[in-house]
Ligand binder design. Structure first.
Ligand code: NAI
Length: 406
């Protein structure tokens, strides 16, 4: 029989994944979307199929016509029989989907965060309870493509693919899935990106690039005088020396945390956690024209052409920064705060990260950090390990989380 792949979500990435899955002969592709009236709106388009427009590297376009078999908002219809359940939504929506699917999960199910964002495993273990032990949790560091919806339910565009994409797996004690669980995502993606197995789930958190957005936001806006700007500054290519120093400092702290953990946990390989400058050189090598340092690499990275600051237009031609955008609302509670939580468990001090979080939390009107400790009253709104009661480094590798494989 066919493998049943369920895509949770109804946005840019969900359209692409459901569409690409439906193209593969060995897959039955279903969609579960809980948000607003998305399921109804997509279902009426289903018979006419979904068009994926792929922009190729040489500028040409390929068209893919495809057709998922089901779009519903009813987890009771979507979940039974699903072998793989992909979460392709912003991280704040993960909890809602986990709660909806939990009653119908049958076991030997592979749950995939695409992307996972930090703390995905903690949240799965928490909300699936006993059932998590019968699942394997896969965490991808990012989305495999840059994509955007052209017309809901009808047409989505893939603007580019990553070359490689890291993923970690965490297999529950009672999960009897025997196949290599990263083969199916690779089968769906096709040639690109190449899925690269990362040894453990803490690495996927510390290697991910959540640090870029909050660090750059802080560096840019913490000394802003509050006066509206007449245009939107470039986000990445506008990076200055101070922003680059902050980002580099935060990245040093992630690498230091990884090294400390490697010493403390025998058998753990954290070597995929590298400095953000090295990461830019590895991932964007060809597209960067000045590789002198982190600042010049980001300023001259062609992949960032035209990407500007998240701004709100308060009156015509007058812009102020948008602190509600996901660069802060997603990448702080489900990015750098869980990172800080892991550093704390590893006993690594993080002055740069603390400085960035302190400013970001004030913009979000939250309290996560008090001084340099994660004891704020709003920790419940994050996915840091401390929220789930993991208070020692060993806790990350025990209990529900004890069965990670090398
Ligand atoms: P999106 O912006 O298309 O997500 C919107 C979808 O999320 C909606 O269609 C709905 O299904 C769901 N949603 C929105 N508000 C909701 C709410 N209040 N409650 C429940 N569900 C709600 O997301 P996209 O672009 O597919 O990205 C998914 C993830 O991938 C995000 O974390 C994003 O940061 C990341 N990502 C996206 C890239 C892209 O090119 N689109 C590139 C790299 C990463």
């Amino acid at each position: 029989g066919k493998l049943v792949v369920l895509t949770c979500g109804g946005g840019n990435g969900a359209h692409c994944l459901a569409g690409l899955s439906a193209m593969r002969p060995k897959i039955e592709s279903r969609v579960l979307t809980l948000y607003s009236d998305e399921a109804e709106r997509w279902a009426v388009e289903l018979d006419s199929g979904l068009l994926i427009t792929v922009r190729n590297d040489d500028g040409s376009k390929s068209l893919i016509k495809t057709k998922p078999s089901m779009v519903t908002k009813d987890p009771q219809k979507a979940v039974p029989g699903a072998n793989y359940i992909f979460f392709v939504v912003p991280a704040f929506a993960h909890a809602q989907y986990l709660e909806a699917i939990a009653p119908y999960i049958e076991g030997n199910t592979v749950i995939v965060g695409l992307p996972s964002h930090a703390g995905f495993e903690f949240e799965c273990a928490d909300l699936l309870g006993e059932k998590a032990n019968a699942c394997t949790i896969v965490a991808f560091e990012s989305l495999p493509f840059v994509c955007r919806l052209i017309e809901f339910g009808k047409n989505v565009e893939i603007l580019g693919f990553k070359d490689t994409l890291g993923a970690s797996t965490l297999k529950g004690k009672r999960c009897n899935v025997t196949q290599s669980v990263l083969e199916l995502p690779q089968y769906i993606f096709g040639d690109r990106p190449k899925v690269r197995r990362v040894q453990n789930y803490i690495t996927t958190i510390l290697m991910a690039k959540f640090i870029v957005h909050p660090s750059l936001m802080y560096g840019k806006w913490s000394q802003w005088d509050g006066r509206p700007l007449s245009e939107k500054p470039l986000f990445y290519q506008g990076i200055d020396k101070r922003q680059a120093e902050l980002l580099s400092g935060v990245s040093d702290e992630c690498v230091a945390t990884a090294k400390a953990i490697e010493k403390m946990v025998p058998g753990l390989d954290m070597s995929d956690v590298i400095h953000v400058f090295d990461w830019y050189l590895n991932y964007y090598g060809e597209q960067i024209s000045d590789k002198s340092n982190l600042m010049t690499a980001m300023r001259t990275n062609k992949a960032y052409d035209g990407l500007d600051q998240p701004m709100k237009e308060i009156e015509p031609g007058k812009y102020v920064p948008d602190f509600t955008y996901r660069y802060l609302s997603e990448d702080v509670p489900m990015g750098i705060v869980p990172m800080k939580g892991i550093a704390e468990l590893a006993g690594v001090s993080t002055p740069f990260l603390d400085e960035v979080i302190t400013w970001c939390q004030s913009k979000l009107n939250k309290e996560f950090l008090v001084g340099n400790k994660l004891t704020g009253k709003d920790l419940k709104d994050t996915r840091s390990p401390q929220k789930y009661g993991y208070n020692k480094l060993e806790d990350l590798f025990s209990g529900n989380l004890n069965s990670f494989r090398y």
